[in-house]
Design a protein around this ligand. Structure first.
Ligand SMILES: [Zn+2]
Length: 292
């Protein structure tokens, strides 16, 4: 078991270094972050300027075909990394199907187990393809180039009552721009990040838990102090999501908010200094506040 752990650490280090080796690769074009419209679930596709392709969460099972087509239309056959924030069905549902269509070079998921059918299917699919799970934790990072890194900044503790709080909190930093991806992390995880004085400041935040009032607290939002927020949520959900309380906090702080339930897929681009927002199949430029 001990050796196994050392082995895992070594492999993880190798992978992290492996990504850094691409530093010499030419950086062309902007960083693109696609918040794919997968209804009441999360699926974020990242295209880096040095041509790395990373998926953060895989949406629910019923959107696997849509995600597959979205990536295939871009000529993607390999994902350099797939990062699963936590093993709830609306984040892992699409994984088994995606594994059949794409080669996954590295797979990240928090250390925990979950007693659901989709989790068991996920584990079996990974075993079948001989894909190892890197159990990254706060403090780890993926250095993609000299100018771009994904930092695992949360969760900062090891035990939680609510599985959502096990969600990886990721901070993507590209030169002078930064993006905070909250997964489904809630109030407890946010409070701990603040308590530990973790630098959560970011230009754009992907709001936690589809905009539910389980997090996105005012003190946390103030500390992040974003220029814009993204909410990945569904049009027809039985819960009141995004929660009016969360929308009110965003309004109170005058944070422009872009929602997949209103706009469809949202694409955020950055050249390292300037961030732009687009939506829909035609990638229309967004220059208005959308938080009604
Ligand atoms: Zn979720």
């Amino acid at each position: 078991m001990y050796h196994m752990r050392i082995m895992t650490c070594l492999l993880l280090c190798l992978f992290l270094i492996g990504f850094s080796c691409s530093k010499g690769q030419a950086e062309e074009g902007p960083l693109k972050i696609h918040f794919i419209d997968v209804d009441q679930s999360d699926c974020i596709f990242i295209e880096t300027p040095n041509h790395k392709h990373i998926l953060v969460d895989a949406g629910s099972e019923r959107y696997a075909k849509k995600v597959t087509q979205y990536l295939q239309n871009k000529g993607i056959t390999t994902l350099d990394a797939m990062i699963i924030t936590h093993p709830h069905h609306d984040h892992i549902g699409g994984v088994p199907s995606l594994l059949n269509s794409f080669k996954i070079k590295a797979f990240y998921m928090p250390k925990m187990t979950h007693h659901t059918k989709i989790y068991r299917t996920l584990k079996k699919s990974l075993e079948k393809k001989n894909i190892m799970i890197f159990k990254a934790k706060a403090g780890n990072n993926i250095e993609i180039s000299r100018h771009l890194a994904i930092d695992f900044i949360g969760p900062v503790q090891g035990k939680y009552d609510n599985m959502n709080d096990y969600s990886y909190v990721l901070k993507l930093v590209y030169n002078h721009n930064s993006f905070l991806l909250m997964g489904d992390a809630g109030e407890q995880s946010e409070a701990e990040l603040l308590f530990k004085h973790v630098n959560v400041k970011a230009d754009v935040i992907k709001i936690g838990h589809h905009g539910a009032d389980t997090g996105t607290t005012l003190p946390f939002l103030k500390k992040v102090n974003p220029e814009a927020a993204i909410i990945s949520t569904g049009r027809h959900n039985y819960k009141s999501i995004p929660a009016p309380a969360v929308i009110n906090r965003l309004r109170y702080l005058k944070i422009p908010t872009y929602r997949t339930d209103l706009l469809g897929t949202i694409v955020v681009t950055s050249d390292g200094n300037t961030i732009s927002f687009y939506y829909g199949d035609a990638l229309q430029y967004i220059d208005t506040l959308v938080n009604e």
